[in-house]
Design a protein around this ligand. Structure first.
Ligand SMILES: Nc1ncnc2c1ncn2[C@@H]1O[C@H](COP(=O)(O)OP(=O)(O)OP(=O)(O)O)[C@@H](O)[C@H]1O
Length: 343
């Protein structure tokens, strides 16, 4: 397993948040104790994971007539693997580009590491790794030259780390960027973002173009980085990616945040999906009650039920049933519920 020479790799346990694990391991590790004391300045451990790494307050970007983002409030904590989800055109890239000061907000504010994203953007960028949607430029540079170039711009990188990541992602770095396929360019972009031990990695749709095997390796790399103390912020509309690695998510829809929660809390609040096939004609309106959204689907009535389960079962029992199943909503079903406008 790949390990950064500077920081120990510590696997997270299943029931522990990454932030809590980082604190536990840092506190237990002599090599991190001084660092932790410096950071905490005498505050309690809870202070460590309450201090946001990324914070936006009513962040708004309007592109003239077209909507960008409106009143986006986000808070990403140290050690989070934060998934930023939303359908096409929801405002994910606009938020990320504003955080990185590639575009200026119309109103509101954004900070990273407590520094202002506009005024202190140079200082901030030295401490972060960034994977954009696609690297289209730098065609004649070899992969290696490209990494050297970005390493120098950021003021230092670990060449050994870069080589180790390249081996792990199975990519040769002696070819020109313009000769790489989409997926190969994405691998170089990943190495570029991970190689200088950043405090924060921001990624815009990072699994685009990666085959399933490489995606698996990449997910391992994300978990390892987070276990070393790096905060991860990734946009995606691949729900399974988020389900695999993220401990917190925000869902953006129509330029506004629909929800921001711990993944485990989202699951707890999720409710159930009831699929029932009646042996007689039943009007879905019979199930129109708070917390229940019935839709017809292939001869079945499918209901997401977040409240009034007893009444739903009571109503079902009044009819002749041919088939029925009830399961807890999967994360994918929860996301679709939000994407489609449910709360
Ligand atoms: N340069 C621009 N000029 C005008 N409108 C823009 C511009 N960039 C984005 N928008 C608009 O802002 C909104 C948010 O777009 P954005 O690219 O942030 O969405 P996204 O969530 O990243 O989408 P996708 O998943 O498709 O990449 C959309 O309505 C889009 O049309």
């Amino acid at each position: 397993m790949f390990r950064s020479p500077q920081k120990p790799f510590i696997a997270p346990s299943r029931n522990e948040s990454f932030a809590d694990m980082i604190w536990r391991k840092r506190a237990a590790s002599a090599s991190y104790a001084d660092h932790a004391v410096e950071e905490l300045s005498g505050e309690c451990p809870e202070g460590l994971h309450m201090e946001p790494i990324i914070k936006t307050v009513n962040l708004t970007k309007s592109y003239g007539k077209s909507r960008g983002i409106e009143d986006v409030n986000l808070s990403v904590n140290r050690g989070d693997i934060f998934g930023f989800l939303g359908p096409n055109g929801a405002g994910k890239s606009t938020t990320i580009r504003t955080l990185l000061d590639f575009i200026r907000p119309t109103s509101g504010s954004a900070s990273i590491f407590g520094l202002d994203c506009q005024k202190d953007s140079v200082q901030i960028k030295k401490r972060i790794g960034y994977i954009p949607g696609d690297f289209g430029l730098y065609g004649n540079m070899s992969g290696w030259k490209f990494l050297e170039y970005f390493g120098k711009v950021r003021g230092g990188y670990d060449a050994e780390d870069a080589r180790a990541y390249a081996a792990r992602l199975d990519i040769r770095l002696d070819r020109k960027m313009k000769e790489y396929s989409r997926g190969m360019r994405q691998k170089v972009a990943i190495i570029q973002a991970f190689m200088n031990n950043p405090d924060l990695i921001i990624m815009d749709e990072p699994t685009n173009g990666l085959d399933p095997l490489v995606q698996q390796t990449f997910m391992d790399m994300i978990r390892e980085k987070a276990a070393e103390g790096t905060t991860i912020f990734m946009s995606s509309h691949v729900l399974s990616d988020v389900e695999k690695v993220c401990n917190r998510v925000a869902i953006i829809k129509g330029g506004r945040i629909a929800t921001e929660e711990k993944v485990e809390d989202l699951r707890k609040k999720a409710g159930n999906v009831v699929r029932v096939k009646f042996a007689e004609e039943v009007d879905p309106a019979a199930f129109a009650m708070p917390g229940v959204s019935p839709v017809r689907q292939n001869g079945y009535l499918k209901m997401t039920v977040t409240d009034n389960m007893e009444s739903v079962l009571g109503e079902i029992s009044r009819h002749k049933v041919a088939d029925i199943s009830i399961h807890q909503m999967t994360l994918e079903e929860i996301f679709m519920h939000y994407y489609e406008g449910g709360k």
